[in-house]
Write a protein that binds this ligand. Sequence first.
Ligand SMILES: [Fe+2]
Ligand SMILES: [Fe+2]
Length: 189
Amino acid sequence: MRATRAEAWETLTEYTKSEALLRHALAVEASVGFYARLYGEDEEFWRATALLHDFDYEIHPTLDKHPQDGAPILRERGYPEELIDSVLSHAEHLEMPRDTQLKKVLFACDELSGFVHACGLVRPTGLDGLEPKSVKKKLKQPSFAAGVNRQDVHEGAEELGVELDDHIRFVTEAMRPIAGELGLRQSAD
Ligand SMILES: [Fe+2]
Ligand SMILES: [Fe+2]
């Protein structure tokens, strides 16, 4: 079975009502979708996986439950094991090997999309004109978006084998078309 984006969105919104979490899901989806296109992979499947990676976070907000207790729900819904396995692998505490390109991309995009989002929120033009240089400068300020794990950001890009500058550029470019949905300001043009 092949998961569709529409099914994943339905499952996500059934379990997730928080706007912040939905925006996070959309930001990660956009980034993972960008990489699927870049690598010539199954974009719809990758997008569905990204949308669902934190689908149970609202009902399982602690790491003794998220995302492992979400997996049986996905299984019951008939999602393919490849999707469930990829969702599980984004959690460092489960210590699962990130042995596919999708797992590497998901992990690499998870924290960085949140960080780029935070960068966009404090700029009058949102993501427009946001350069990797200023994202990296903010990464070095521990108080900025303090919840974002810097080590995961660096490790994610490294595991993926993409230079951090390029990774930041890709994620920013991926999120720009949905800036409005993410609550970010956009320039007039
Ligand atoms: Fe998560
Ligand atoms: Fe996440």
